[in-house]
Design a protein around this ligand. Structure first.
Ligand code: SAT
Ligand code: MN
Length: 581
């Protein structure tokens, strides 16, 4: 018996399913699953004319986002999980969580979902096996990963796979746990069918478990999009960008350049996760471990993200969007008036107040359907990064863009990122939280050690990517967004590429290098000179107020905080004190 078969037999003895079904990932199997889900109401068919191959899934109303307060790292020592993760001892997990799996699949089918994270044939691809009782999860994993036979073939009789146990349980938030065992590289998830909680290849494996594998093996698993930027003449650069959930990663990865910048082409390599490793050439190389996009639907329209709109025009699973009586999916920002008789995300007649689609409603779609997908998106070796971009959603403080002085300073910039929270996770929306490298909810080990790992990895790079920080979300005194964003973000990327090439004007400030006003292309933008100044402003008072907050955040890591980061903070404080402006 192969190790994977032995494991499935073992867990089935606790889960007690009526049937065990090994998924091959093929079309016939998917058609059977879809048929069953249409019959029991898990899926609703959408209009075959305008949304061919599309389905709507309505989740339980209390199960619409990741639940970070129910997400745990179960390392033997609390310190291994660090101060930013919820910790549960493995013994407590066995006591509190394991019993929830007992008999959980009675009357249900246990699906065995073998999957590969990483491009086919890549030396960096890794196998996971998810056991689940949710056919919606199976259908979604088939889109988001390379699923089925391909994974079993890659695995063979090896025991080198990440086992993930998932059951919907009773969907009660009181009996919901997402538990990671980094040392054993296994995952338990119970009580939720929502994407980031239930599609175990994504946040659970490709970020939390993979980040610990990466620490041990000298690479990085990051919450980053990967984009390709081709300049007129054909010169090509790759950028990795880390923003917190629902801050526009998908939009940036699929950016369409404004008419004024024809000749520049942005193509998509990934929209959420990047596995990075040093190459023999001293550069940092990136692969997208996923095969699909699980993106936020509201706000996806012809002006904001035409590539995403085209991508999801067919063969897409929509979760928690609104729908017309004729089966046409609808959401805020689709660029069309709501159709008559609209049903909201819970299937109730929409009365026009509040949002019809849930703010965290999602599309699940194959990456290959994306018109802007890069020809190198499945390159087994990945793509070499010219730049890393950190970013957050800040109404104030952070300028449109700045560059770090070097790798070490770049790690400081990433480690001190702050962002206002969004609907991608449950909890309060709009409060600023420190979200280092956009990895706060996704780092599988002590984040202080994680900063150390970033620093260490940089020392092995002869040609490290330049590190930048962006903020598309600065507002004016009236609370209005100043920067137009979306396609115009290309202007900022082009300044970065100029900097990478050793050109591009910049002013030294205490926080790093900010473009001088003349080196950004503002052509055709309806911005006054005071608005331009606001976008590039580094206000001493605002940054002075950040310092104690950063210090308090750093202090939480105690002796795990690398000395280099305290030094960078001291430098910032000193430079703020001596700056004349
Ligand atoms: O966590 S999800 O994958 O469901 C969405 C996100 O937060 O990026
Ligand atoms: Mn994400």
């Amino acid at each position: 018996m192969k190790p994977v078969e032995r494991w499935v037999e073992e867990v089935a003895a606790t889960l007690l399913p009526d049937r065990v079904s090994w998924c091959d990932g093929g079309d016939a199997e998917n058609a059977r699953l879809v048929e069953g889900m249409l019959a029991d109401g898990t899926l609703h068919a959408l209009d075959p004319r305008t949304a061919p191959g599309c389905y709507l899934h309505r989740s339980h109303p209390t199960d619409v986002a990741r639940t970070e307060h129910l997400t745990f790292i179960a390392s033997p020592a609390r310190e291994a999980a660090g101060p930013t993760n919820n910790w549960m001892s493995p013994a407590e997990a066995r006591q509190r969580v394991w019993p929830l799996f007992a008999g959980a699949m009675k009357g249900r089918t246990l699906y065995v979902v073998p999957y590969v994270m990483g491009p086919p044939g890549s030396p960096f691809a890794r196998v996971g096996v998810e056991v689940t009782d949710s056919p919606y999860v199976v259908a979604s994993m088939r889109i988001m990963t390379r699923m089925g036979r391909v994974a079993l073939d890659q695995l063979g009789s090896s025991e080198d796979f990440v086992p993930g146990l998932h059951s919907l349980g009773d969907l009660s938030p009181d009996r919901r746990f997402i538990v990671h065992f980094p040392e054993e590289r296994r995952i338990w998830s119970v009580g939720s069918g929502y994407g980031g909680n239930a599609l175990l290849g994504k946040k659970c494996f490709a970020l939390r478990i993979a980040s610990t594998m990466a620490r041990d093996q000298g690479w990085l698993a990051e919450h980053m999009l990967i984009l390709e930027l081709e300049l007129p003449g054909g010169e090509t650069h790759y950028l990795g960008a880390a923003f917190p959930s629902a801050c526009g990663k998908t939009n940036l990865a699929m950016l369409v350049s404004p008419p004024a910048a024809q000749g520049y082409k942005v193509r998509t390599v990934g929209d959420d996760i990047a596995w990075l490793r040093p190459g023999h050439d001293g550069r940092l190389w990136a692969v997208n471990p996923e095969a699909g996009f699980f993106g936020v639907v509201p706000g996806t329209g012809p002006a904001t993200n035409p590539n995403a709109l085209a991508t999801i025009s067919h063969d897409t699973i929509f979760t928690n969007v609104a729908v017309s009586p004729g089966g046409i999916p609808w959401w805020e920002g689709k660029g069309q008036d709501p159709p008559a008789g609209l049903l909201d995300w819970q299937g109730r007649p929409w009365d026009g107040s509040g949002m019809a689609a849930h703010p965290n409603s999602r599309f699940t779609v194959a990456a290959r359907q994306c018109p802007s997908i890069s020809p190198r998106w499945e390159d087994p070796q990945g793509v070499p990064l010219s730049a890393i971009v950190f970013g957050g959603r800040r109404a104030r403080v952070a300028p449109l863009v700045f560059q770090s002085r070097d790798w070490q300073h770049g790690v400081f910039v990433g480690a001190t990122m702050g962002s206002e929270t969004t609907a991608a996770t449950t909890g309060r929306v709009g409060v600023v939280r420190r979200d280092p490298m956009a990895m706060l909810p996704f780092c599988g080990y002590n984040m202080g050690d994680y900063f150390g790992h970033w620093l260490e990895l940089g020392r092995s790079l002869a040609r490290p990517p330049a590190v930048f920080h962006v903020n598309w979300f600065r507002t004016d005194a009236a609370g209005r967004l100043v920067w137009p964003g979306f396609g115009d973000n290309l202007r900022v990327l082009l300044w970065m590429i100029e900097r990478v090439k050793g050109r591009g004007g910049a002013v030294e400030t205490p926080i790093g290098l900010v473009p001088d006003e003349s080196s950004l292309d503002w052509g055709g933008l309806p911005l006054s000179s005071s608005e331009k100044r606001l976008l590039l402003k580094v206000e001493r008072g605002e940054w002075e107020a950040e310092v104690p907050e950063i210090r308090a955040f750093f202090e939480r890591f105690g002796s795990h905080l690398p000395r280099e980061l305290s030094e960078s903070l001291q430098t910032l404080e000193r430079d703020l004190a001596t700056v004349t402006a």
